[in-house]
Design a binder for this molecule. Structure first.
Ligand code: GTP
Length: 601
């Protein structure tokens, strides 16, 4: 296809504002999906996405569209719709999808108005110089207030309220007109057809049957099925097994030229060899300069994952190996814990990413897991000037520490006016620093904060929702580091530290953490033959303490010294019970106590 006929666009929206439903309608109206095969949210492939109603992996669809009305009526365009993941954890993937487009449909629920992710995605789109078409969705809803929100939206992007289109993804109303406007308002791609080929990878998906499927947007030159391609970040060369376009089912194609969007199959088995953001060129005539914007995914949040049943450890390893094939940002390494046994220390992009992986391990692989409280990555400088990267409290140096720095995030909260006080209170209690505040309309406020990332991953979202009756929306983006007064608090049973409960917290919160953990464990751990002190300590300084009183549990005393077989049976039974016990020093702790303490923390 000549670039002049192509329009590459994406739909950006806050979660639940109807992106998938609108995409479905477009597939239907452009005729690429047979009405009989249409099912809701056609593009969301993974079951878990379908169930949670969220899009994790982006996809691209090529749709022919003949303009229906206006001056350009009859013009035959080729639209490439690039789906973007909606959640904050996947900002980098979103930014790459946007970089593959010339325009974006900014979709806003006409009954809800602008939300935090509407803004975050809009800013990303503007950074990529995309043409924005503002659209109000769900105008079929009785609660829709298109006039009001058109004002809001127009004010935000600097256009007239009349420029905001109105559609219903559900009924299809206005969608044909929207497709016409995509062709009219967005510019076709521009590139150098004669230059060495350069294509950007905006998604990379593992398929059990075909290996890795790499989605690309060609910027310059041409790639054909006979070429050998080269990944510019690593220099790795691959044979092309297939090149094609999704419409939305994959269709082989002889080649892709400037502005075209499609997929490549090379037979590699791991998405790490085909990374989002990387530049693909040809081995025979390689480009000298890669396209900008490539970044290695960097895990921001770490947590230990342990099988409930220790014998499931090999299955857990296998499951993680499988998930990794499709997820270049998941990292893990084996770890042992006195309290929880053998497991893995895993790194994630954020909390949602963690939740998704945990849920997939449990659901798709049938594993029962315990996760330790998540933590962020700290940089600790020791007194002798060494810098240690701490992804696990157990790596925290025992000697003198000169300084600790923690990651910081830029946070945007959008909420109705009435909740400003409650939100400020919450942010301040989490060491937030107010950066700015804007009224989007008379009753809607945008609050911008700098907050330690470690404070956000610790039930911040739940707190925000409950303090604002669910009306606030949140977006955050990592933004550098800061030095902070942080300490490591250990929890000790009879003087032995229990690794799973060590935490790095701000100095002002150390005492609260210590008291809550010791009192929790005091209730959960059964009495032993001897007294057991439970302590919280910073280094050698004890900051909180509880005691478990001793009991004398002499099972054999009941046997009156006589019947030997009965005695043996009892001993046997006791051993059975011990299997689910973990030893911390001399203290026997039922595994359930650890799990209970972790899950309520
Ligand atoms: P994420 O993938 O989670 O970002 O959600 P989404 O933006 O793709 O939203 P989705 O299409 O899943 O729609 C969210 C909800 O809104 C679903 O229950 C839809 O049925 C409903 N919905 C979407 N579009 C419309 C519409 O035009 N009118 C009405 N009444 N409901 C709609």
């Amino acid at each position: 296809t000549e670039p002049g006929y192509i329009r590459n666009f994406c739909i950006i929206a806050h979660i639940d504002h109807g992106k998938s439903t609108l995409a479905d309608r477009m597939l239907q109206l452009t005729g690429v999906v047979d009405p009989r095969q249409m099912r809701a949210q056609y593009l969301d492939r993974m079951d878990i996405e379908r169930e949670r109603g969220i899009t994790i992996k982006s996809q691209a669809v090529r749709m022919p569209w003949t303009v229906k009305e206006g001056e350009q009526a009859g013009y035959q365009a080729v639209l490439n719709m690039i789906d973007t993941p909606g959640h904050v954890d996947f900002t980098y993937e979103v930014s790459r999808s946007l970089a593959a487009c010339e325009g974006a449909i900014l979709l806003v629920d006409a009954a809800q108005g602008i939300e935090a992710q509407t803004l975050a995605n809009l800013y990303l789109a503007l950074e990529n110089n995309l043409k924005i078409i503002p659209v109000l969705n769900k105008i079929d809803l009785p609660a829709a207030q298109p006039e009001k929100y058109a004002e809001e939206l127009a004010h935000l992007i600097g256009c007239e309220p009349e420029d905001c289109l109105r559609v219903s993804g559900k009924t299809g109303m206005g969608v044909e007109h929207l497709l016409d406007e995509v062709v009219r308002q967005m510019t076709p791609p521009v590139g150098d057809a004669a230059a060495p080929a350069r294509a950007m990878i905006f998604d990379s998906v593992y398929d059990v049957y075909r290996g890795v499927i790499t989605y690309i947007r060609v910027i310059d030159g041409h790639i054909t099925a006979r070429d050998r391609i080269k990944m510019m970040s690593t220099g790795a060369v691959h044979e092309l097994l297939e090149i094609g376009v999704s419409s939305p089912e994959p269709q082989k194609h002889p080649g892709l030229g400037v502005g075209e969007v499609g997929y490549l199959i090379t037979g590699v088995k791991d998405v790490r060899q085909s990374r989002v953001g990387d530049t693909v060129t040809l081995n025979s005539r390689p480009a000298t300069e890669a396209l900008g914007g490539y970044k290695d995914p960097k895990p921001m949040v770490f947590s230990g994952l342990y099988p409930l049943d220790g014998s499931d450890y090999p299955e857990l390893r296998e499951a993680l190996d499988k998930l990794k094939l499709n997820d270049a940002s998941l990292v893990y390494e084996p770890e042992t814990s006195a309290a929880l046994g053998f497991g893995f220390r895993c790194g994630f992009l954020g909390l949602l990413h963690l939740e998704i992986i945990q849920e997939r391990l449990e659901r798709e692989f049938g594993l029962d897991l315990i996760a330790t409280a998540p933590n962020v990555v700290y940089k600790v400088t020791t007194d002798d000037g060494q810098e240690i990267v701490v992804t696990n409290p157990s790596e925290y140096p025992t000697g003198k520490v000169a300084s600790v720095s923690e990651p910081v995030a830029r946070v945007t909260v959008l909420a109705p006016n009435d909740y400003v006080g409650a939100i400020m209170e919450l942010c301040q209690s989490r060491r937030g620093v107010l950066q700015g505040m804007d009224y989007l309309s008379a009753d809607r406020v945008e609050l911008r904060y700098l907050l330690p990332l470690g404070e956000i991953i610790f039930d911040f979202f739940d707190q925000l929702k409950s303090r604002t009756k669910g009306y606030a929306s949140l977006d955050y983006e990592p933004s550098g580091e800061q030095v902070a007064d942080l300490v490591k608090v250990d929890i000790l049973l009879q003087g032995e530290p229990v690794d799973a409960f060590s935490a790095i917290v701000h100095k002002d919160k150390a005492y609260t953490y210590g008291v809550s953990m010791t009192s929790k464990l005091q209730k959960l751990i059964p009495r032993q033959q001897f007294e057991v002190p439970i302590q919280a300590a910073i280094g050698s300084r004890v900051i909180a303490r509880e005691n478990i009183r001793a009991i004398r549990k002499d099972v054999l005393a009941k046997c009156y010294g006589g019947d030997i077989t009965r005695k043996r049976k009892l001993l046997e039974k006791q051993k059975e019970g011990k299997k689910r016990m973990k030893m911390v020093g001399r203290v026997e702790v039922p595994q359930e106590a650890f799990i209970a303490a972790l899950s309520t923390s």
